[in-house]
Design a protein around this ligand. Structure first.
Ligand SMILES: [Zn+2]
Ligand SMILES: [Zn+2]
Length: 275
């Protein structure tokens, strides 16, 4: 039987590959949403721009370079995870994947990640943690798709940690993990797109309202740091009373094709940082 590789050997064999995978995931996910926004901005959907303010070149440079740093953090932290798989501390899923089991695994990991995101996000807004963990992400007042990974190093680590914690508890088929990682970056980039991408009536619809929108997370950046902490879904915010009271009205206004100039200006002046 072969001796499992040392951590150094894992780094030598997998570091570059892992970095390229996560970098590619960010560039493709954020790039696709940025391209969609660019194209839609040349149509009547331009009126769906959520804020009047435009992200500056300095915003883009800061967010893009921080996102590359986040990919580097993910890669460094992935090495012990790969090592743990090869030493039997984490277990590969084995079995026959059916459409039903694929769907159930995917639903479970999305629900778990949504909860992880909501509660770690709220924790990072606590005064004791905010400055070192989450302040950097909130330097962004007007998000774009490229804001997706704009995290300080500690927040990038918290974001990464979901994966090993989940895999330690639930060995998960690789196709499910791959779909989850693809959906995660796409929803993240959509949440930061700056242009509402969801159909009219979504936020007030009896079923669809439970799925988050671009306006939902945009308001967390541009209107109030104390509301809208969720990621894929809105139920934690609804359940915990942290959904912005003007969320549905803002969504309806943004998607109502009303001129951007009629919308209230959301700026950092209205933002507060409290727990
Ligand atoms: Zn954000
Ligand atoms: Zn926040």
């Amino acid at each position: 039987m072969n001796t499992p590789p040392s951590l150094l050997e894992v780094v030598q064999a997998d570091f570059l590959h892992s970095f390229m995978f996560d970098m590619g995931r960010y560039l493709i996910g954020a790039g696709l949403i940025a391209a969609a926004v660019w194209l839609l901005s040349r149509t009547s959907w331009a009126a769906r721009k959520i804020q009047r303010r435009r992200a500056s070149r300095a915003d883009f440079t800061r967010e893009f370079s921080a996102s590359v740093r986040t990919v580097l953090v993910f890669t460094v932290l992935a090495m012990p995870m790969v090592w743990a798989f090869q030493h039997g501390y984490l277990h590969q899923w084995s079995g026959t994947l059916t459409p039903l089991s694929y769907t159930l695994y995917l639903a479970a990991i999305l629900l778990a990640h949504d909860s992880w995101f909501y509660w770690t996000h709220r924790a990072m807004h606590l005064p004791a943690l905010y400055r070192s963990f989450h302040r950097f992400h909130h330097l962004t007042i007007t998000p774009t798709a490229w804001t997706a990974y704009s995290f300080a190093i500690p927040e990038a680590a918290v974001s990464f940690l979901f994966m090993p914690v989940w895999l330690a508890l639930v060995p998960t088929p690789n196709p499910v993990v791959f779909t989850f990682l693809a959906l995660m970056i796409l929803r993240n980039a959509m949440g930061h797109a700056g242009l509402e991408l969801h159909p009219r009536g979504w936020a007030g619809h009896p079923l669809l309202k439970w799925i988050s929108t671009t306006t939902h997370h945009d308001m967390h950046h541009g209107s109030s740091y104390n509301h809208n902490y969720g990621f894929y879904f809105t139920w934690w915010d609804k359940l915990m009373g942290t959904e912005h009271p003007d969320y549905v009205a803002t969504f309806d206004r943004v998607t109502g094709a009303r001129a951007v100039a009629d919308q209230p200006l959301t700026t950092s002046a209205s933002c507060q940082t409290t727990a």
